[in-house]
Design a protein around this ligand. Structure first.
Ligand code: HEC
Length: 211
């Protein structure tokens, strides 16, 4: 009994020791592995590097109007977001998709409705999100021109631009969103936990959290 117990214990000790040594070896020699993965090509990096900055950095060539975007919307978006853009099933326990319009004035209520019109501070975010994540289940199937057009359509339906306004890499970042100035810098005094705020003996620092 003693003997049979000591064998697995010894085995565990040996395994642990070898794991420790292996991790030491990995940290020292990982650059020397061969046949593991490969360096991505410039094209592969470019295909994943799709982030659009708030000021429009990274927006590709192409352009579109709300009129053209209505067609893109009807073909790719309407069955989830609805003909009225209010989102099929939005606000119910089993929503299909959220509303893309409405919610103005609701952010300061106990039931805020965050939409492009009521919440988004930058129009470029609409472009970026639609381009990377929509249509759901068929992402990255729209051309940049179609994304410009459907973005224009969504902005028009939120009464932010005119139906004939052309959206492209230059005009889209200039669109003034209704909630552009609705965001405030985070402040230490907004943190409820006084300990986390660094309060001592009833004295709390009142500093803005660095961004
Ligand atoms: C299969 C259903 C479906 C389709 C089709 C679809 N969406 Fe969505 N959409 C969603 C869901 C669900 C969300 C919520 C976010 C998520 O889950 O990715 C969403 C979120 C969004 C948002 C963000 C809304 C917010 O409040 O921030 C936008 C903008 C949007 N969709 C636009 C579009 C556009 C434009 C199309 C067509 C090109 C489209 N969607 C097609 C289901 C869909």
């Amino acid at each position: 009994m003693r003997c049979s117990l000591s064998i697995p214990i010894a085995g565990v000790a040996v395994i642990l020791a070898s794991v420790a040594m292996a991790s030491l070896a990995i940290s020292q020699t990982s650059a020397k592995y061969t046949n593991v993965g490969k360096a991505p090509t410039q094209e592969e990096i470019k295909a994943w590097d799709i982030g659009i900055s708030y000021d429009g950095g990274g927006l590709p060539p192409g352009s579109g109007t709300a009129k053209e975007g209505a067609v893109v919307y009807a073909n790719n978006c309407v069955y989830c977001h609805g003909t009225d853009l209010k989102g099929v099933g939005a606000g119910t326990p089993n929503p299909i998709a959220p509303a893309l319009v409405g919610g103005e004035g609701s952010l300061t209520t106990t039931r805020p409705i965050r939409t492009i019109g009521s919440f988004y501070p930058f129009a470029t975010t609409v472009w970026d999100f639609v381009n990377r994540a929509m249509p759901r289940g068929r992402t990255r199937t729209l051309t940049p021109t179609e994304v410009y057009a459907v973005t224009a359509f969504l902005l028009y339906k939120n009464n932010i631009i005119k139906e004939t306004d052309v959206m492209d890499a230059k005009s889209l970042p200039k669109v003034q969103m209704p909630n552009r100035n609705g965001f405030l810098p985070a402040r230490i005094e907004d943190i409820a936990d006084r300990k986390k705020r660094g309060c001592t003996r009833g004295q709390c620092p009142e500093t803005t959290i660095p961004q």
